[in-house]
Ligand binder design. Sequence first.
Ligand SMILES: N[C@@H](CCC(=O)N[C@@H](CS)C(=O)NCC(=O)O)C(=O)O
Length: 197
Amino acid sequence: MAGKPKLHYFNGRGRMESIRWLLASAGVEFEEKFIDTPEDLDKLKNDGHLMFLQVPMVEIDGMKMVQTRAILNYIATKYNLYGKDIKERALIDMYTEGMADLNDMILMLPMCPPDQKEAKIAQIKEKTTNRYLPVFEKVLKSHGQDYLVGNRLSRADIQLVELLYYVEEVDPSLMANFPLLKVLVEACRESCYAKDF
Ligand SMILES: N[C@@H](CCC(=O)N[C@@H](CS)C(=O)NCC(=O)O)C(=O)O
């Protein structure tokens, strides 16, 4: 039997967090090897384990996978979280690419120079409420189902809930006009508490 996937990244959310969420949602146990020092990262690079000399890197099924999206695609496919056919997959890709655009904006916020921070936060708030969240609220409203695609859990739902957690951290009031998204986050919170995560 293959061992647990081993995740190599810093002890922070960053680009690895969606991978952690996806594995956890699929019920897959994993190990983490945190990169604590520049020397740890150099060692991984010098050992030839990082194709583009970057992390995240995930050891899974005998591979040393890099590139966040490639890793997410593999896990989602393996654990049946990627739609039932190519059209569902196309929809999931469109949704998750939109989520990634907003996610990247939020992820980069700590790197923003202090004098530009206020403007950046205002831009994130504007895009969150006018561009991104309305899309997902509208999808849920249009078909009245619990999940975004195909009436069953997919990576799109998992990545959306992760994103909504970040949105709440920026400003909880950003969710005010999106009742169905609020329900999704609360349902996830309850199931996480029930699982004692
Ligand atoms: N496209 C890559 C980007 C990876 C990336 O930028 N990784 C950063 C950490 S978040 C890194 O490894 N930086 C160290 C370096 O480039 O030397 C992915 O999505 O995995």
